[in-house]
Structure formats: C-alpha cells, structure tokens
Design a protein around this ligand. Structure first.
Ligand SMILES: Cc1ncc(COP(=O)(O)O)c(C=O)c1O
Length: 375
C-alpha cells in the first residue's frame, strides 16, 4: 500500500518524549525548547489583510531583504533574491534531502548529529559516512551535513581552522556543503561563528537558519540561502511542498527584526545565567558519574557517562520519566544501527534553575541505582 521509502520512516524519539513533558510536575531536559518566559510579545494588529492572501513561494520581499542583510553581516555574501523563507528550518532539511538523496546516496554527518535530520535523510534512503571536526573526511558523500555552531547534540563550536578544513574537504571532494545554523545567536562566550559556507570556493552549498530559537518555534519560520545553481531547484521544491510559508508569521517576525530592541542581548544574558546555574547543579549531582564540556552557546549539554556508569541510557528513560524527569538518550543522535552509547543530551534552557537542580539530582540517583553492584 505504501511507497517503498516508508519502510525507512522511523518515529521521532524526541517528538514521542515531548508528548509527556506537559504532564504536571515533569522536569524536561529533553527537547530544544526555548524558555517560555523569553517569548516575544506579538503585535498581531500589525498584520494587514493583504497578508491573508496567497504569497510568493520565496517569501515576502521585506523579510527576505532583512535576512539577506543579516547574512551579509555574518560574513556570507548573498542577496535578497537568493533567500528562501522556510516553514521552519526543518523544512530546509526536507527540501535539501529531496534535491540530493536517493536510496543509497552517501551523506557525510558527524556522529552524533541532529536526530530529526537523520530521520529525513533515512526516509530518502541515505547511507552515512561519519566525519569529525578534526578529521573532516567527506569521502565520496554527495552531501555533507554540518551544525558547526553549538552543535545539536554536543554543543560543540568549530574553531576557525576546523571551519576552513571542512570547507576545503568539500571543495576537494565536490561534496555539497549543507550548513545548519539555528543556534548561532545564542552565544554566551567568545567564539568563532563564521559560516563555513563563506569559505567554500567551488563546491555547491546551502546555509540555513531559524527564527525558532531566538523568537518562537510555534511561528514555524526559518530561511536558507545557497549557491546560485541550487536556488531555482529549492524554490520549486518549496512550491511543491507548501506553496509558501505562513505570511502572518513572516509579518510578525519582520516587525520583531525591525524593532531591533536589544532582544538578543537580553536573551543571551538570560540563557547564560541558565547555563551557569545548570553547570553548578551538574557538578553537584554528576561529578564522578559523567564528563562534559560547558557549551559556549546553544541549548544543550552532552554528558558522557564514566565507564563505571556506562549504561544504555534508553533503558533508564522510562524510569526517569516515571520519576518526573525527561531527557534524550544519546543513541537517538547516531545513524541507525548504533549500539548503546553511554551518553545523554540535556537541554538547559527550559527548566527553571531550581527545577533543573532537582531534576539532575533525581537523574543522577537513577543512574547510580541502575549501576549498583557494578561499582
Ligand atoms: C540542528 C537543528 N536544525 C533544525 C532544527 C529545526 O528547527 P525549526 O524547524 O524549528 O527551525 C532544529 C531544531 O531543534 C535543530 O536543532
């Protein structure tokens, strides 16, 4: 009854976990949820009735111009007529996969990487080649997917040399570089955030980002720009997917961008404080159990359990949810077929500092109990 590719359609583990996080009293470290108290106030009266009409697939002109200006500012030269507004940057992943991936197409990814990108690539039948920031070999992959700035899930941020090396690897192999950059504005300490696509000399490239993390994911708005040759194809795929993105969301985001009221600074101050208090709570509960690096930006901590506590984190998820704490097991971030990895991803932006402290204490206790008898 179904298309062959549906065999490859897996349920998103994160969306399954997100279903339980609204239970009263649940402490969630699971999704990449921005803090609700940071959502912007929206002036819906600014939306004109003209914006209730069908609009251009590429997106509304004024928003595309704002986006092009901000891309140029971050070092990626582009123009408004090469900006495509997306219904969330997740849509960019879908469009790019449709453009490049057939059954058996090689994609170079970091392992671990963003699980919902793997879900899309899997659907189209991708095979994976994995690379690291220090060894960016992309082999004969047709596409190279990267989240170099505050990676999901590890929080890692590439330095300048690593950025240049990945661009060079793609230039040499001819692999199309697909840079996914939704966290770049959530920056807490000094670091390089130059788009890797700005270093590319001859291979094709796509760069995308999102309004979800800085404004509100419910508005479902993101954008991409790309090398000249790819743009018309991505526009046609967008036409075929949903005609255009929500024009009300586009107007609301445009107004917020134009207001330019120091929002980013307030937001990063808020999240930096959340990260720092999370770090203290982690040290209190997880010292001796796991190792981690303090992320310089983004929304996640990636914990690697010490050998004495190295368990399959999928096995403790049920227990943890029953105790009122949700997190993301590490396995979900690896290409399919991976065996247990003793890692977990913790989002630090959503829970209040007190709730995070309580939740980390509970989670550490569950891990200790599960490993009792082994240490
Ligand atoms: C790396 C990465 N790419 C894309 C997305 C999708 O974001 P959105 O569709 O809300 O723009 C996310 C969401 O968490 C993400 O972490």
């Amino acid at each position: 009854m179904f298309a062959n590719r549906i065999e490859n359609l897996i349920e998103s583990p994160v969306r399954e976990i997100l279903k339980v996080i609204d239970r009263p009293g649940m402490i969630s470290f699971a999704g990449g949820l921005p803090a609700t108290e940071c959502f912007p106030e929206l002036d819906v009266s600014s939306v004109k009735s003209a914006h209730l009409q069908y609009g251009p697939s590429e997106g509304d002109d004024e928003l595309r111009e704002q986006v092009a200006a901000s891309l140029t500012e971050r070092g990626l030269k582009t123009a408004a007529d090469r900006v495509l507004i997306l219904s969330g940057s997740q849509q960019g992943i879908d469009l790019v996969a449709k453009l490049f991936v057939d059954r058996g197409t090689g994609i170079a990814v970091e392992a671990p990487t963003y699980l919902a990108a793997l879900q899309v690539f899997d659907l189209f039948g991708a095979e994976y080649i994995s690379y690291t920031a220090d060894q960016p070999e992309t082999g004969n992959a047709r596409l190279t997917y990267t989240i170099p700035t505050f990676q999901n899930p590890t929080g890692h941020c590439y330095n300048e040399a690593q950025r240049q090396a990945l661009a060079l690897a793609c230039d040499r192999s001819g692999s199309v570089l697909f840079e996914d950059d939704p966290y770049r504005d959530l920056v807490y300490d000094d670091c390089d955030r130059t788009p890797i696509c700005s270093y590319v000399r001859n291979t094709e490239w796509i760069y995308q980002s999102s309004f979800s993390k800085v404004y509100a994911p419910g508005l479902r708005l993101g954008y991409l720009t790309c090398s000249e040759k790819l743009f018309p194809h991505l526009v046609r795929l967008k036409q075929a997917a949903d005609l255009h993105s929500c024009r009300i969301s586009q107007q609301l985001i445009l107004k917020l961008l134009q207001a330019n009221n120091g929002r980013n600074q307030k937001l990063t101050t808020f999240y930096r404080q959340r990260r720092d208090s999370f770090d203290l709570s982690l040290t209190a509960s997880f010292s001796g159990i796991a190792d981690w690096q303090r992320p310089v930006g983004g929304l996640f901590y990636w914990l690697t359990l010490r050998p004495e506590f190295a368990i399959d984190t999928r096995e403790i998820l049920k227990r943890s949810i029953a105790a009122g704490v949700a997190f993301m097991p590490g396995e979900a971030f690896y290409p399919r077929g991976v065996k247990a990895v003793p890692s977990l991803r913790l989002n630090f932006s959503h829970a209040s500092p007190q709730a995070a402290d309580d939740g980390l204490y509970t989670l550490a206790k569950i891990i200790r109990t599960a490993c009792e008898g082994r240490v």
